[in-house]
Design a protein around this ligand. Structure first.
Ligand code: 2PG
Length: 247
């Protein structure tokens, strides 16, 4: 048996403004910083002490991990980071307002881009102000792996090698693992863990800043499907808020 804790970063400035974010390196809002600290307190209250932490290479996840670990007096923990835990690349929608996009393209297209399993948004141009092609943190990424857009299926495919090669070995050695990442990279991981169908995953939303705990069996599959949010009531409200973005 192994314990895995998933934590979506706290609210970012662009979450607050209702903008598609993806790989744009937006920071936490003051409310998001408070959520991250609360996430750390929830770990303490639940008696959960991670042994190792994995984050994306985006600042909002890194800030969240730091604030949560500080609140739990665990800043000393080993941390590893990978682009494979990044938010879904939102293509040409990065920087666009969600409500305006929904108005311009209609509900069906908006939801297809936002939540369908295999329809990516149009790709972002390399000279777009919100492109990451010249971002130094991806300088060593092979060019053929650098996305210009992604659907959730693409995220599953680029996230799973990290799950199997880096996170599962930590779990297998008996460590409690904390993964601090993003709405859609965590949807990809939850889809894999809970065997959620391509259709049903459209309805799954992950709240910001509330740890989600999974106890895993020897095959690294959940003993209880869906895991357990450490603050289930707050999670329910926050899940609805994510689902309703753009409305
Ligand atoms: O904008 C984004 O990158 C994501 C997460 O904030 O949004 P959504 O929930 O619409 O996929």
């Amino acid at each position: 048996m192994a314990t895995l804790v998933l934590l979506r970063h706290g609210e970012s400035d662009w979450n607050a403004k209702g903008l598609f974010t993806g790989w744009v390196d937006v920071r936490l809002s003051p409310a998001g910083e408070a959520e991250a600290r609360r996430g750390g307190q929830l770990l303490v209250e639940a008696g959960l002490r991670p042994d190792v932490v994995h984050t994306s290479v985006l600042s909002r996840a890194i800030q969240t991990a730091n604030l949560a670990l500080e609140a739990a007096d665990l800043l000393w923990l080993p941390v590893r980071r990978s682009w494979r835990l990044n938010e879904r690349h939102y293509g040409a929608l990065q920087g666009k307002n969600k409500a305006q996009t929904r108005e311009e393209f209609g509900e069906e297209q908006f939801m297809l881009w936002r939540r369908s399993y295999d329809t990516p948004p149009p790709p972002i141009a390399d000279d777009d102000e919100y492109s990451q092609v010249n971002d130094p943190r991806y300088a060593t990424l092979p060019p053929e792996l650098m996305p210009r857009t992604e659907c959730l299926k693409d995220v599953v495919h680029r996230m799973l090698p990290y799950w199997y090669d880096s996170i599962v070995p930590d779990l297998a050695s008996g460590r409690t693992v904390l993964v601090v990442a993003h709405g859609n990279s965590l949807r990809a991981l939850v889809k894999h863990l809970d065997d959620i169908s391509d259709e049903a995953i459209a309805k799954l939303n992950i709240p910001t800043g509330i740890p989600l705990r999974y106890e895993l069996d020897d095959d690294f599959k959940p003993l209880v499907k869906g895991g357990e949010y450490l603050d289930p009531e707050a999670a329910e409200v926050a899940i609805q808020a994510v689902a309703n973005q753009g409305r």
